[in-house]
Design a protein around this ligand. Structure first.
Ligand code: AMP
Ligand code: MG
Length: 493
């Protein structure tokens, strides 16, 4: 056993540190992954590995399976399950990693630090009623969507590997079990702060905030009020993140405070999906009865979550409670403007606009209203605007659209940039290929029920270059037929 460990450790190129495990013991539980009976590799992300300075090609299939199941841990790791809390659909709960183990932080040659976490690796003290395990299809779903979000240029945790465990997990039916290796800037969540303020009080939050600043926002350490600066930076990153989701039609689906990362990365891919036909009220989660996490509500929920974050920082913001509250409120109140500025800037790019004009909001809103009216495909409609001949469909045949187009073209002609440049800008900001929900489900069914990974690999190859018109992937442009439409995705992961 010892020899295999050494081989895996030395050849892959891991450089582990465990800074989180040096924080106060109440922040986590020391625990190892529970070994699985027959691990087998399903997919390895060689491109991601290379960007981390890791070489997975040196591993035999058996070694890779032992490594990414957690059956054998690389040396110098100090595995832990992180404690956190969260507001789930508005209700507060103490949570923690119930089925994930952070094996440590891999530090690249250039000093970048990444959490390496196994998801589905067995029970922990935070498992509550859960089995600590994960099923194959949801782990592959996280792999596909996180890699697609990354390829779109949006900050996100990523997926390094998926292995099957050889064990069955019981959900509504027996399903193949799997473990996903997640790579993240960190797993510090809004919910981590919510946990620490309750468990370790203001001094605990100071420790966590100092750690967070050092890890993610080192430039803030010199600020006059570093904790207020931290709050403002997290607000700015979330405003930018949620804007980027909206611009590509992404719906996260479970924006609970435990699923919001302080680093500003997209995290926790449950019932998430990209919207096909444009409807701002779209919801995918089967348990989101009131549309709390609908497409258009995401900015409001982000602000709500950030207010929960701000509350945990109050004791650090100012010694006088009232002044602390006033500072936090001012920062939180700024969110809608910050968000609107990002959104407007992003939408301008989607329409080929290099400059700013007071009429732009109205121009954008009119187009979105028409898209909604015709239930036009969000992705294809934007992508089509940059083509010389628009396809014939309800949206583009509407005289109201023609009127809009005249207005838009007049607006474009007032810029010094050429039409060619506008079209290029549009093609860089309007993806052609996304993992549409029905194609994701099709690939997952083939993989999970039939053990066939052909569709999954093809889909992954296609979504890796979302801004390229690749004729061989034309079929991925086609929106779902009514019979293929996936209305809901489930949390039962
Ligand atoms: P999620 O909905 O994946 O964000 O999970 C919410 C909380 O439930 C987290 O604390 C998870 O660790 C926990 N959890 C989810 N599934 C399981 C499971 N099968 N076993 C134990 N804990 C789980
Ligand atoms: Mg979660």
């Amino acid at each position: 056993m010892k020899t295999v460990t050494k081989t895996i450790n030395n050849s892959v190129g891991w450089r582990f540190d465990n800074s989180y495990a040096r924080l106060p013991e109440s922040f986590f539980a020391r625990i190892r992954p529970v070994p699985v009976c027959a691990p087998s590799v399903v997919i390895l992300n060689h491109a991601l590995a290379e960007s981390l300075g890791l070489d997975l090609r040196v591993l035999s299939k058996t070694e890779a399976a032992l490594l990414f199941s957690g059956n054998i841990l690389p040396e110098t790791t100090q595995p832990i399950a992180q404690a956190y809390a969260g507001h789930q659909f508005g209700s507060f709960t103490m949570l923690g990693d119930g089925r994930a183990i952070l094996i440590g932080e891999h530090v690249t040659a250039t000093g970048e630090r990444f959490d390496i976490q196994f998801k589905g690796s067995g029970r922990t003290p935070f498992s509550r009623q859960g089995d600590g395990r994960a099923a194959l299809a949801p782990m592959l779903r996280e792999y596909i969507i996180s890699e697609a979000i990354h390829a779109l240029g949006i900050p996100t945790t990523r997926s390094l590997a998926v292995v099957t465990t050889g064990e069955t997990v019981m959900r509504e039916m027996p399903l193949p079990g799997a473990i996903l290796t997640r790579v993240a800037a960190s797993h510090i969540r809004v919910g981590t702060f919510e946990y620490v303020i309750r468990k370790a009080g203001a001094e605990g939050v100071r420790t966590l905030a100092d750690y967070t600043i050092h890890r993610h926002y080192p430039e803030l350490a010199e600020s006059r009020n570093p904790y207020l600066a931290l709050l403002d930076c997290v607000i700015a990153r979330q405003a930018s993140l949620v804007t980027q989701w909206l611009l590509v039609g992404f719906i996260h689906g479970v924006m609970n405070t435990d699923n919001m990362a302080i680093s500003g990365e997209t995290i926790d891919f449950g019932p998430c999906a990209f919207m096909d036909e444009f409807d701002p009220q779209t919801v995918f989660s089967s348990i989101d009865y009131h549309g709390r996490y609908s497409y258009s509500n995401q900015s409001h929920v982000a602000q709500w979550n950030l207010a929960r974050f701000a509350e945990t920082l109050l004791p650090l913001l100012h010694p006088e409670q009232e002044k602390a509250l006033a500072l936090a409120e001012e920062s939180i109140r700024a969110f809608p403007d910050v968000f609107q500025n990002h959104w407007l800037a992003g939408m301008r790019k989607k329409l080929g606009l290099f400059t700013e004009d007071t009429g732009d909001v109205q121009l954008i809103e009119t187009l979105l209203t028409l898209m909604h009216k015709h239930r036009a495909d969000y992705t294809n409609s934007f992508r089509a605007l940059a083509s010389v001949n628009l396809p014939k469909n309800d949206l583009f045949n509407d005289p109201a659209f023609e009127a809009w187009r005249v207005q838009w073209q007049a607006r474009l002609s007032h810029q010094s940039e050429t039409m060619q440049m506008s079209f290029e800008l549009m093609r860089e900001n309007n993806p052609a290929i996304l993992p549409r929900n029905h194609r994701v489900e099709e690939a997952l069914t083939a993989a999970s029920e039939g053990g066939d990974y052909t569709l999954l690999n093809r889909l992954l190859a296609a979504v890796a270059e979302p801004y390229v018109d690749a004729p061989e992937y034309d079929d991925y442009h086609v929106p779902p037929l009514p019979s293929e439409r996936v209305q809901q995705t489930f949390c039962g992961t």
